[in-house]
Ligand binder design. Structure first.
Ligand code: X5A
Ligand code: ZN
Length: 834
């Protein structure tokens, strides 16, 4: 790729965009500092020099007419020579719009800058980018300016991508707190473009007061299912609510859609402190949104600034967004509370309407004909008046941008933001990845030569990492052997002694010991190899704990996750990852540890060692086949949730019967692993990375692609400041294991995540996931989306009943209006105020 040696992130910024302002209303929030302040913070964080600067240029006529009428373009051009009175007069014709002699030029520059950025990404000159621009664009419509917007920057850039680059699938994510109705209208019937918006709504009482901002507006014709509105019916929504929307709706759909390009209408009026939104998303959270989305579209993501009116949180949020684009780890966000019920309701309402169109939205039950619940309802709420039905003819020149009582909260909110800025960990280790291996581990060999767990698994893995050039991009961590003391955090003294003793024994006597264990071989060098495996992993842990590398990778064998305190099992001698977790807890007793075990087999040993421990969360996703698959028995079933204090801190995701692939693993991550992980808020993540579920593995017969492991890695990397430690476990197709491991290392190094084709879970996979949700939702409120939703048929009959009622009402209203005087009529038609 063109940029792989060059600069990764494009940055659009242009001084000229600070020229226009509202010259008559000093309280107007769309101010020049909205670009100069964020840029200054980006400079302060030394981000600007790491980017490729892209200048704004005026959009051409041809570009402007892509999404706007020439009439509207000419009208804006003509403002250049108007008097202030004329400018004022013209402003009253539009909703939250002011004109300034520079506005045409600036709107044209912002649009041109956006197009430059997006085309740079599509030409592979940079991987991703951000445009710090104003005026914003998402409210601008074909023939009208609206809500501080003149030209629709994002929609026009999307059209360029469709027309000039032949793109077939573009995902527009709009996290501005307002509904980008302009963008919605422009692609409403186009299945090539998903418009996805999260916005403040209050059942229609929030600006822009549109019926079509609600969740049942899902597109039309071939575009049905490709317009997604997530209305927020309360303020003060924060990280947990937004993350739930990502996990329950956006990410699953994005994985199924498989976009070639992601455009973000990046409004930061959803951030804490913004008087327009009154939401509470923290600046660091945007880095998570970006990191998660960046796994898609091979990292082609462009952030185009929209709203954001609290300069402090706007600036910080933009800087942390840019930092995420540059590949720095997302700063940890913790203390996730349960999502507000009204947001749960919105999410389920969205799913209710969209699930006929998306196979990934299948984790809810279906309401029976005889059943009734709140989800049988359809909008709108009664007694709300919409601009949709009655748009005012003119607007106040001094339209207030936000409620007066915001001033009472301002001080407190600013202190909160200051505290967030102070406490956000922006530490970045000098190396993104440390890597360790040791040739001692090659000495552990099956005397019979029959076992699949061979030394070549390791040597080929290392060779591949070297030949692909990944190894030299990592910091090499020194190898070492674990001490007996270190082993004893997880194993009994007798067991350690026994394994140590085998090193001096004859082959025959070793065999006798070996036969006391299940699926294990021992040889005279087993102790040396196994203590080296543990030692290498502890060295990898140290490397992260002392901040030398952000993540680290231990290319080790024998594997460890089946090993129990006093028993070897399933090719495993010492439990590498369990020892590492205990070691972390010893070194730093306050750290919360997450272990994710994606080896094909259940990590029975690891489960056992933390079964009572709430400070170490163990999540295993494995082939189970109702207990018939190795390690056999019920321990890997979903009902094993931990014990005592540790209840809920053991999460088994067992697959029963049949093969599984990318769609099942991605769904399990979106539905279970990531929601629980974010709620848990680990300080460090350990991965028991076996690759025996990989397609081509002769033990597994599963179909997970190497690229899918890259996605799983990328998702986990968003946790714990990117402090992820990956340890090789199983994986018996040597080439597949080496390939998959290499891709994971590449992702940890910051390379683009290769795309997986459109992925959806299989039916049996969905059933397995539902079962886990039912068990674990008792412990994790992030899983509370298992409700019964109505069928399309049930909804249609509700809708029909509503229509009938409405008809009846209009008739009676007409009668009553006709009977009223003109004066009274005005009140009947009154407009909701802002
Ligand atoms: C781009 C943007 C908001 C207009 C709000 C009017 N527009 N109250 O955030
Ligand atoms: Zn906005």
């Amino acid at each position: 790729m063109a940029f792989s040696e060059g600069v990764r992130t494009g940055l659009v910024y242009d001084e000229r965009l600070s020229r226009h302002f509202n010259s008559w209303n000093p309280k107007f929030v769309e101010v020049p500092e909205r670009v100069t302040d964020p840029f200054a913070v980006c400079e302060k964080y030394l981000l600007v020099d790491r980017c490729k600067r892209i200048e704004c240029r005026p959009a051409s006529d041809a570009e402007m007419v892509l999404k706007h009428s020439s009439e509207m373009i000419e009208k804006l051009k003509s403002t250049h020579d108007m008097t202030e009175d004329d400018l004022k007069e013209m402003s009253t014709k539009y909703d939250y719009i002011y004109f300034h002699p520079c506005i045409f030029e600036n709107a044209q520059l912002a649009l041109g800058g956006t197009i430059e950025l997006v085309t740079s990404v599509l030409r592979d000159e940079v991987r991703n980018g951000m445009a710090i621009i104003r005026p914003p664009g998402h409210h601008a419509q074909h023939n009208t300016y609206c809500g501080y917007c003149y030209f629709n920057n994002v929609a026009t850039a999307a059209q360029v991508a469709l027309d000039d680059f032949g793109l077939q699938r573009i995902l527009i994510v709009d996290w501005d707190v307002h509904h980008g109705q302009g963008t919605q209208y422009m692609f409403y019937d186009d299945p090539r473009v998903i418009y996805f918006s999260i916005h403040t709504y209050d059942y229609g009482r929030e600006w822009p007061f549109l019926r079509e901002s609600d969740y049942d507006y899902i597109g039309t014709g071939p575009g049905r299912g490709y317009n997604i509105n997530v209305p927020l019916n309360k303020t003060a929504c924060g990280n947990e609510e937004y993350m739930a929307i990502f996990q329950q709706i956006l990410l699953p759909i994005a994985y199924e859609f498989s976009p070639e390009l992601i455009l973000v209408s990046a409004g930061y009026d959803s951030a804490i402190g913004c008087p327009e939104g009154l939401m509470e998303v923290t600046p660091a959270m945007y880095a998570h949104f970006i990191s998660l989305l960046s796994s898609l579209a091979t990292g082609k993501i462009c952030l185009i600034q929209e709203g954001g009116y609290c300069l402090k949180s706007l600036s910080e949020s933009i800087a942390l967004s840019l930092r995420a684009l540059l590949g720095d780890p997302a700063p940890m966000v913790q203390d996730f509370k349960a999502s507000d019920d009204s947001v749960v309701e919105s999410i389920l309402n969205v799913i209710k309407l969209l699930r006929p169109y998306w196979k990934c939205l299948q984790f809810q039950d279906t309401l029976k004909d005889s059943e009734q619940n709140g989800y049988l309802d359809l909008p709108p709420k009664e007694g709300v008046e919409f601009y949709t039905d009655c748009m005012p003819e003119s607007f106040d020149l001094y339209q207030p941008c936000y409620e007066e009582d915001y001033e009472d909260q301002r001080h407190e909110l600013y202190e909160k933001i200051d505290a967030l800025i102070r406490n956000t960990n922006l530490h970045c280790a000098p190396n993104s990845v440390g890597i360790v291996t040791d040739s001692n581990m090659l000495l552990h060999r099956d005397p019979s030569g029959l076992c699949e767990e061979t030394d070549r698994r390791l040597s080929v893995c290392c060779d591949t990492l070297r030949s692909k050039g990944f190894w030299k991009r990592c910091q090499t961590i020194p190898e070492r052997q674990a001490t007996t003391e270190e082993l004893s955090v997880a194993h009994t003294p007798d067991y350690i002694k026994l394994i140590r003793k085998t090193s001096g024994l004859s082959e025959e006597s070793i065999e006798k010991y070996q036969s006391t264990f299940q699926s294990v071989y021992l040889c005279k060098d087993t102790y040396l190899a196994a203590t080296s495996a543990v030692g290498c992993l502890l060295s990898a842990v140290d490397n992260v704990l002392i901040g030398k590398s952000q993540a680290s990778v231990a290319v080790i064998r024998p594997p460890g996750h089946h090993a129990e305190p006093n028993a070897a099992c399933g090719f495993c001698i010492f439990n590498n990852v369990a020892i590492a977790a205990k070691y972390i807890r010893q070194q730093t007793p306050t750290k919360r540890v997450l272990i994710v075990d994606w080896d094909l087999h259940h990590g029975n040993g690891t489960q056992l060692m933390f079964y009572d421990d709430p400070s170490v969360l163990f999540i295993s996703i494995h082939r189970h086949d109702c207990g018939k698959y190795f390690p056999c028995g019920c321990y890997g079933s979903s009902s094993h949730v931990g014990r005592g204090q540790g209840r809920g801190y053991n999460v088994n995701i067992p697959w029963n019967n049949g093969t599984r692939g990318d769609g099942d693993y991605i769904a399990a991550f979106n539905q279970i692993v990531m929601p629980i992980a974010y709620q848990f808020g680990p300080d460090i993540v350990l991965v028991s990375a076996g690759f025996d579920a990989c397609v081509g593995d002769m033990l597994g017969h599963y179909e997970v692609t190497p690229a899918c492991y890259a996605h799983l890695t990328a998702m986990l990397k968003t946790l714990a400041n990117g402090n992820l430690i990956m340890a090789l476990e199983g994986g018996y197709n040597i080439e597949c294991t080496a390939n998959a491991m290499s891709i994971c290392v590449s992702v940890l190094l910051g390379d683009a995540v290769p795309s997986v084709a459109s992925v959806v879970p299989c039916n049996q996979g969905v059933a397995d996931i539902m079962k886990v949700l039912d068990v674990q939702k008792k412990y994790w409120s992030a899983l509370k989306y298992r409700e019964a939703l109505p069928t399309t048929k049930q909804l249609e009959s509700v809708l029909a009943a509503k229509e009938a009622k409405k008809l009846e009402q209009t008739r009676t209203n007409e009668e009553c209006v006709n009977a009223k005087s003109d004066k009274e009529r005005e009140t009947v038609e009154h407009i909701p105020h802002c």
